[in-house]
Design a protein around this ligand. Structure first.
Ligand code: ADP
Ligand code: ZN
Length: 692
């Protein structure tokens, strides 16, 4: 028993202060402890010793006990603090996300078994070290082997695969990557689709592992990670670990244990940033432009790419950002010299040109050239591709059978009672579903207003699938969207050529490598251009260019068909003109002129309320307070201004990108906190830094 010490403890709650507890024990930063807060017990993390708070001793609670859990590293705590400061949330919220609580009793038991085995292993290792004679040593050795086997997670000592043989172009790019690392810069690998960026990542990752350091390999979507897993397994064997946010807390602990016990290459989505990394030599962020890296909800609303750069800073790791369509943010960072731009303009299998054909659906309709969602031209192209043994992917930005239904008598469109959106018709379930809050009701086909008959308007992926089944009866057709789930078997079957046509939402445009793909087509491309947002063109270009890049990846010729009612939209011209650098320069100068990111920072202040009247009143007051301090716009109603019975308003804050940034953020935080307090309006305001 020592003398009383005061320690600050991070608890998994949204508190904008770190609470202090007292203890007689020596508890270094990172120790997991049980503490009470408002009559509930939590597992907290010791942040460090602190001064005795200026309150009566009786109000400072003691630490309830030490949790039998591996400690959190200082690297992790530093990353949490960084994320909390940058994204304007609390460290408790970051901790809560990084260490999700176990949910069920079985999970608890599994976790406890693991901890028991780990403790046992530690003890055995100590005994082994101390043992004097060979017989006891070999006895302990056998015990250790047994325990390790029980813990499974032990890695092979060697690397199973040989290095990939890089082409000359890839070697040149790789040399430049090494060069940027030597200069202490982040490498932005701008490689056309199919150029073999993955091979370069593998090459760099192998180098890192051989140097005894670990690798984090981030991808934007679980489905991509699944396709990559097999490819990486060949090179990294048991060292390869995978992780994503849908994983259970128990799986997280397993992965964390394996990471602690050996060297690793971790493949995962953004939440893998918050695993207990150590000796991190290399971080790869593939498809760095992808907006799926951004977490919208709940806090921390972080961008995985930018957080990876922060983690790289903390761990002194090299960082590669890669994409065929880099974000303007990253290209800007190359201009300012923070990153180094490395181009890889040639495809591995050569050729592989994918031509673009834009089909004007309005003109086709006039000529009676449409069959439902398909133009006759597109039907012909698909038949041809199929008859040549090629595969086809069809993209439609909306899921469900039809995004809207309408009464053919009175014109009423059923809307969600909780959100300001129309309901989508799901034919397989015979239900109308709200895609924003999940509310659903049976579809009777009858209008609630006049009793007329409800007709599906427009086609979502389900309906496209139904139409395709009729148009191409010989073809095997599959669908991939959030209703089918990112079922790995759908992707595997398509990769093996067992299905001929894959229909899906945006997910089908991303990162996949399908050998037999000859034709990709987007139906109603206009819905992809829709948003009134300064990033709309950039995003549309990235999406279409990525989709095109899925095609003809083994050489030969591919075709990309775009069906649109707005064939004169400049994005299609840009895409065909393929003056990529022209597009980028144009976009950047536009952003500069209007003071948009990357030339500034945007922070979105989001206010929600059940009462629209009170919301408008409060948003008006908050706006005035913020605008008195810094540049702000609003308040305005977003396109969908009511979700789950909450009305929504936005205030957009624009901050110059200079040294004052963190001061301004602090000022904004205080302004909001004072507003909440003076108006007793807590819990209505959230902040989204760098929204995408
Ligand atoms: P990217 O990630 O740039 O789109 P990939 O890494 O998926 O491209 O490469 C496209 C295809 O070319 C893959 O099937 C890959 O196996 C193959 N490939 C690329 N580089 C090489 C190489 N050096 N040796 C063998 N195959 C390669
Ligand atoms: Zn709803």
């Amino acid at each position: 028993m020592g003398q009383t010490k005061y320690i600050s403890v991070i608890v998994p709650l949204k508190l904008d202060w770190i609470p202090t507890y007292r203890t007689d024990l020596n508890l270094p930063a990172g120790t997991r402890v049980y503490v009470s807060m408002a009559h509930k017990q939590y597992v907290g993390v010791v942040a460090g010793e602190t001064a005795r708070p200026d309150v009566p001793e009786s109000r400072i609670l003691p630490v309830d006990g030490i949790a039998d859990l591996p400690p959190v590293s200082l690297t992790e705590i530093r990353l949490w603090q960084f994320v909390a400061d940058y994204y304007m949330c609390t460290i408790g919220e970051v901790y809560k996300m990084a260490y999700p609580a176990l949910k069920t009793a079985t999970e608890e038991i599994q976790a406890r078994t693991r901890i028991r085995l780990e403790t046992r292993l530690e003890r055995l290792k100590e005994k082994f070290e101390k043992a004097r004679n060979d017989t006891t040593r070999s006895r302990y050795e056998a015990e250790i082997r047994k325990t390790v086997a029980e813990l499974e997670g032990q890695h092979d000592s060697g690397l199973p695969g040989a290095d990939p043989e890089l082409t000359d172009a890839q070697k040149a790019a790789d040399a430049e990557i090494s060069q940027s690392f030597a200069e202490g810069k982040i490498a932005l690998l701008h490689g056309v689709t199919g150029s073999g960026k993955t091979e370069i990542y593998i090459h760099e990752a192998l180098k890192t592992v051989r140097n005894g350091r670990n690798v984090l390999y981030l991808v934007p979507e679980i489905a991509i990670s699944r396709q990559l897993e097999d490819r990486l397994r060949i090179f990294f064997g048991e060292r390869l670990l995978t992780f994503h946010s849908a994983e259970t807390a128990v799986h997280r602990r397993d992965v964390a244990t394996k990471m602690r016990n050996g060297s690793y290459v971790l493949l995962g989505t953004r939440s893998s940033l918050f695993l207990p990394h150590h000796d991190l030599g290399l971080i790869i962020v593939d498809e760095e432009h992808d907006s799926s890296y951004k977490q919208d909800n709940p806090a921390p609303r972080y961008n995985g790419r930018d957080t990876a750069v922060m983690l790289g800073n903390i761990c002194h790791s090299d960082v590669i950002l890669g994409s065929a369509t880099p974000s303007l943010e990253s290209l800007y960072n190359c201009e300012t010299g923070r990153y180094r731009l490395i181009s890889l303009p040639v495809r591995y299998y050569g050729g592989g040109e994918t031509e673009i054909e834009v089909i004007d659906t309005i003109a086709e309709r006039k000529k009676k050239g449409m069959r439902g969602s398909f133009s006759i031209k597109l039907i012909d192209r698909i038949r041809k591709a199929l008859s040549e043994g090629g595969q086809v992917i069809l993209l439609r930005g909306r899921r469900a059978y039809s995004p809207v239904v309408q009464c053919d008598t009175c014109g009423d469109i059923p809307r969600c009672p909780h959100c300001n959106v129309s309901m989508s018709y799901h034919k397989t379930k015979e239900r109308l579903v709200c895609h924003y809050c999940g509310y659903s009701e049976p579809f009777t086909g009858k209008c609630h207003v006049c009793g007329g008959s409800l007709q599906p308007l427009g086609a979502g992926t389900q309906r496209i699938e139904e139409e395709a089944e009729k148009l191409f009866p010989e073809a095997r057709i599959a669908r991939l969207d959030s209703d089918t789930g990112q079922d790995p078997s759908i992707i595997k079957a398509f990769a093996k050529g067992e299905t001929n046509i894959l229909i899906g939402t945006q997910i089908v445009t991303k990162g996949f490598d399908f050998e037999g793909l000859k034709l990709v087509a987007v139906l109603q491309a206009d819905s992809l251009l829709g948003q009134q947002d300064f990033r709309a063109d950039e995003k549309a270009m990235q999406l279409l260019e990525q989709f095109r890049g899925r095609c003809a990846r083994r050489g030969g010729k591919g075709l990309f068909v775009i069906q649109t009612a707005k064939s004169s939209h400049p994005v299609y011209g840009q895409l065909q003109g393929s003056s990529e650098s022209g597009f980028i320069t144009g976009q950047l100068s536009e952003r500069k002129e209007f003071g948009y990111p990357p030339y500034s920072r945007i922070i979105n202040v989001i206010i929600k309320d059940h009462s629209e009247k009170r919301l408008d009143y409060m948003a008006g007051i908050l706006y005035k307070k913020i605008a008195g301090e810094m540049e702000a716009l609003g308040p305005f109603a977003p396109a969908i201004d009511k979700v789950s019975d909450l009305f929504i308003r936005h205030i957009r804050v624009m901050l110059p990108k200079d040294r004052t940034l963190s001061d301004k953020k602090e000022k904004l935080r205080r302004t909001i906190a004072e507003f909440e307090k003076s108006m007793t309006y807590q819990g209505h305001v959230t902040v989204d830094v760098d929204p995408v």
